[in-house]
Structure formats: structure tokens, C-alpha cells
Design a protein around this ligand. Structure first.
Ligand code: ZN
Length: 327
């Protein structure tokens, strides 16, 4: 790889782009923190050749062998974990949060497959011919069974002049973790706070109020009085306070939009998602790629459930499909 793809952000901290082909996220920001005889990498990219080239190229340019590498997986999504299995085989140590490690191990399991397949039915998405196997999270997941070391809130990873403190920031996924450098006032925030694009907050399982939890975790990040967030996609967030305010405002607006659509008499998650505004170039719902239909429904349902759990909407199950109505 081209050496000038690697940028130094601070003494000992490097970033490099990991391409995500055919994905609206475009790139993952790879982060490498280099110590004297070891290094920490945050997230990996998909199990795909363009990601391999970027990761191994960066490691080579900085003279880091996989045996000297610790990889921290911030959450289960395959654009963050896809290469973890093979990096582990080459000698890297792999670390993840406790909750996420369950998901990473089980993402292709019968239990998770059945759960997601049931969500497709509940959304009313069966008529679009969508299957869990279409989800890039399934397709480009790490193949090998990983030997993961788990960390918890407050644990520290010391590397070079960086002291990285594990912070739980669930919402985008059930157990996303960030790495906080208290002395520097910066956070490796993964997909918790992104600039220009909005993190996807979707539906996971019954009882996990993903949007409610996410909004709480935005307040948690706000209370850290951060100077900077090194996020997993797009820009470094240079004004976290302002960006957090924008994200809260975005979901507030989304909740109002959903209430309005339900008020017009649209009932199923699919019907509601099709009427929400999405920043996609597709001309209508039918033109949405399958994976995007899923993400749209998942995001719509996170907002519907937020309102349902707070008594603002009623939910009923009609022939396997959830119907929402004003409470
Ligand atoms: Zn993600």
C-alpha cells in the first residue's frame, strides 16, 4: 500500500483508510497506536481482499508484525471485525467487550439467524424476499472461531504514551465499547458518534431499547467533555458537544416523523420505513437494495419501539407482523 495513505494524528497514533467496497459507509478509519515493541489496532475491516491489503499494508509500513499486535474490536459489525480471525491466526491478540464477544461468536449461529429471520417477518419484510443471509453482517463476518479476551468498563489498555480506558457505549449495537484517553480528552468512539453521517440505530431483540439506550450513551459521552472523537467512519469529530446535540436533534425529528406517519394510518414497520426520509439515491422503496430495506426497517422499528415502550404507541401482532397505532 501507498505509504502516504497513513496519516499521523498525534505522536504514536496513526490512521489509514480501509475501503469498504459496495457499502455506503465507503471506508473504515483504521487506527494504529504504536508503542515501543507493540501496537494496538482498533477494528479491522471486512474479510475481503481490499481490506486485507489496507490492513497488512499499514502494518508493514509501520513495521508491526501481527505477533506484536493487539486488536480491539469495538463491536460485532463485520466492517469492524471481519479480519480478526485471520489476524489471530497470525499471532495477534484479540480483545472485545463481553456483550459483543457473545454476538461475535454467535453471529452465524442458529439462534441469532432465527432471531433475525423472525424480525424480517415482524417488520413485514417477507414480501420483499429478504433473508438474513443477504445481510453484509452475515456475509463478510470473520470466518474462524475467535479466541477473544474480554474487557469491561473501566479496564485499561496501556500502549506507548496512551492509556485507553474501556467505556461501554451501547445503542448502535448491544455492547459497543469505546476507548477513552482521559488525559488527552479524546475518545475512540467507533460508530457511537459519527460526523456527517448518522450512526444506524436499529432493532436487535425484544427488551433491548436500542434508541433509549443510545440517547443515554450520548449523554454519557457529553459528560466526558471530550475535545475530539476519533470515529470509525468519515471525519474526526472536532466539536463533540455540537455533534452530540445534532444527533439528539436528529432522533427527536425522527420520532416526530414516525408518529406522524403512524398518525396517517400506516401500521407495519415496512410501510412506515418506506415513508420515512432516507439519504439514499434510490427513487422509491422498490429500488432500495435488500440490505438497505433491512436497515431502514430496523431503524424504523427502533424508533417505533422507543415510542411503544414509553406508552406513546400501541403494538399488536397480526399474523406474525407488528402493527403500530397511536396510543
Ligand atoms: Zn457498526
Amino acid at each position: 500500500m501507498d505509504n502516504n495513505m497513513i496519516r499521523q494524528l498525534e505522536e504514536g497514533l496513526y490512521t489509514f483508510p480501509i475501503p469498504l467496497p459496495n457499502n455506503p459507509l465507503r471506508e473504515l478509519n483504521g487506527y494504529l497506536i504504536v508503542g515501543e515493541n507493540e501496537a494496538v489496532m482498533i477494528d479491522t475491516g471486512f474479510a475481503m481482499d481490499p481490506c486485507r491489503e489496507a490492513v497488512y499494508g499499514a502494518l508493514e509500513s509501520l513495521g508491526i508484525s501481527p505477533e506484536k499486535l493487539t486488536v480491539v474490536l469495538t463491536h460485532l459489525h463485520s466492517d469492524h471485525t471481519g479480519l480478526a480471525g485471520e489476524l489471530h491466526e497470525k499471532g495477534a491478540r484479540i480483545i472485545a467487550g463481553k456483550t459483543e464477544s457473545w454476538w461475535i461468536h454467535n453471529i452465524r449461529s442458529d439462534e441469532v439467524t432465527a432471531g433475525f429471520q423472525e424480525s424480517i417477518t415482524r417488520f413485514g419484510l417477507e414480501q420483499d424476499g429478504i433473508h438474513y443471509y443477504d445481510n453484509p453482517g452475515y456475509k463478510y463476518a470473520s470466518q474462524e472461531i475467535l479466541e477473544l479476551e474480554t474487557v469491561e468498563e473501566g479496564d485499561r489498555i496501556e500502549i506507548g504514551s496512551f492509556s485507553l480506558e474501556v467505556v461501554d457505549l451501547p445503542g448502535h449495537t448491544p455492547g459497543l465499547i469505546g476507548l477513552y484517553c482521559r488525559e488527552r480528552g479524546c475518545l475512540f468512539g467507533s460508530d457511537h458518534i459519527l460526523d456527517k453521517i448518522t450512526p444506524n440505530i436499529g432493532y436487535w431483540t425484544e427488551g433491548f431499547d436500542s434508541l433509549g439506550v443510545y440517547l443515554q450513551m450520548l449523554e454519557k459521552a457529553r459528560s466526558m467533555k471530550l475535545k475530539r472523537v476519533y470515529s470509525a467512519h468519515r471525519n474526526v469529530v472536532e466539536d463533540p458537544e455540537r455533534r452530540i446535540g445534532e444527533l439528539v436533534g436528529h432522533h427527536d425529528h425522527r420520532l416526530k416523523e414516525v408518529l406522524e406517519i403512524v398518525g396517517q394510518g400506516h401500521k407495519t414497520v415496512r410501510e412506515i420505513a418506506a415513508r420515512m426520509h432516507w439519504d439514499l439515491r434510490a427513487k422509491d422503496w422498490e429500488a432500495f437494495p435488500k440490505a438497505q430495506k433491512w436497515f431502514a426497517c430496523s431503524e424504523a422499528m427502533a424508533h417505533l419501539e422507543y415510542l411503544h415502550l414509553r406508552g406513546r404507541l400501541k403494538r399488536t401482532l397480526v399474523e406474525g407482523v407488528y402493527h403500530y397505532a397511536s396510543a
